[in-house]
Design a protein around this ligand. Structure first.
Ligand SMILES: Cc1cc2nc3c(=O)[nH]c(=O)nc-3n(C[C@H](O)[C@H](O)[C@H](O)COP(=O)(O)O)c2cc1C
Length: 375
């Protein structure tokens, strides 16, 4: 029986009710104008027995909302749309961070409904296609390369979005430095061929994320600023490169100097991505004194083992949370898990979103059936 997983945890100045984190997951239930809808509050409130919820990716900019119906945090309607979400989650005893993600080159004009433009470190398109509501599947476009001044302006967009997150009631923000989006596009030389101070060397490719982390931390507090990283990840047409270990070693050291509250590591090998070499996880663990969140393919038993062995401090669960709103109770009781319906991951509406059964629903249904049978 797992023990540490269910005991309270500390994250910066916060006390979490357990060591279980709900991983960030895009569910595309915002409006076409990227404003959070009331069912988003219901969805997260249903899952608020987690110690910490990290929201789906949320754009700091009209240029960063490259997927259909993902929410933003750069205008007043979006801030107001998030307020019921944070309130509902807090009322259930959980904490919630907003994942700030700029899609960069992984976007399409058809999805940038607030007048955005597809921009990136360099004018290099990712291979592959993406979904749009109005034009179906489309090739990734060739982005426009940001000027040096524009890169600095994007950093300010992250700062304003982080301040908006605090105004909306979030406990903090997670910078999405993983999975091939804008931050990782700067880190990886295959998507960053810049010759200014944001390109070329390890220090220069890391500058965008480190300056963003520093500026956001100064604006809202470093104890409220976390980051997600995916060394050796393949999402978004990312590929390993010569100085990859040096890059992540440099990042871990610098993020530690800044005092970010956590690093959240992605491992998508359970989803068919390359395995993350253990040496890079250990390097990050040793260089970074803040909280380390591990994620990817976890069940309760493996989570407990990794917590006991001090491999990480908190464990994030993704897909199991989609289909099990009461995942924590199911873990505690050893109950069977519902399987997620992949067809409704990104579709609008309640189906496959807020209608997964809980153990409590099942019990009430059984009581109802018995009552009917007795009548
Ligand atoms: C439907 C879906 C949407 C996702 N969206 C995001 C996202 O917005 N941001 C992110 O960092 N990761 C995203 N992920 C990755 C998850 O956070 C997590 O890393 C992944 O599902 C592996 O964990 P698991 O094996 O527990 O599901 C998504 C995964 C799924 C299944």
């Amino acid at each position: 029986m797992s023990q540490k997983l269910f005991s309270p945890a500390t994250l910066g100045k916060l006390t979490l009710q357990n060591h279980i984190v709900m991983a960030p997951m895009t569910r595309s239930r915002a409006t076409v104008d990227h404003i959070p809808t009331p069912i988003i509050a219901e969805y997260y409130a249903q899952r608020a027995s987690a110690g910490l919820i990290i929201t789906e990716d949320t754009s700091p900019s009209p240029n960063g909302e490259g997927y259909a119906r993902i929410p933003g945090l750069y205008n007043a309607d979006q801030v107001n749309g998030w307020k019921p979400v944070t309130k509902a989650v807090h009322e259930k005893g959980s904490k919630i961070f907003a994942q700030l993600m700029h899609t960069g080159r992984i976007g399409h004009l058809a999805n940038l409904t607030n007048g955005g433009e597809v921009v990136a470190p360099s004018a290099t398109a990712a291979s592959g296609q993406m979904y749009t509501d109005t034009e179906g599947m489309q090739d990734h476009p060739t982005p426009r390369a940001l000027t040096t001044d524009e890169v600095k302006a994007v950093i300010q967009e992250f700062v304003i979005a982080a301040q908006n997150a605090i105004e909306a009631g979030f406990d903090g923000v997670e910078l999405h430095g993983a999975n091939g989006y804008l931050i990782e596009q700067f880190l990886n030389p295959s998507s960053n061929q810049r010759t200014d101070e944001f390109g070329s060397s390890v220090e220069n490719r890391s500058r965008f994320v480190l300056e963003t982390a520093e500026a956001v931390g100064k604006a809202i507090g470093f104890e409220k600023t976390g980051i997600r990283l995916s060394p050796y990840g393949a999402n978004g047409d990312m590929h390993p490169y010569d100085e990859i270990d040096e890059t992540y070693t440099h990042l871990a050291k610098q993020l530690n100097e800044l005092g970010l509250v956590y690093i959240h590591l992605v491992d998508h090998s359970a989803m068919g991505a390359p395995t993350v070499p253990s040496h890079i996880v250990e390097t990050i663990r040793n260089a970074f004194n803040g909280t380390l969140i591990l994620s990817g393919g976890y069940d309760a038993d493996r989570a407990e083992v990794d917590l006991d062995n001090n491999k990480g401090d908190l464990i994030a669960f993704g897909r199991p949370f989609i289909s099990n709103p009461d995942l924590v109770e199911r873990f505690k009781t050893g109950a069977e898990l519902n399987q997620p319906d992949f067809n409704t991951f990104y579709t609008p509406g309640e189906k496959g979103y807020t209608d997964y059964p809980t153990l409590q629903n099942d019990r009430s249904a059984t009581i109802d059936e018995n009552t009917v049978a007795e009548n």
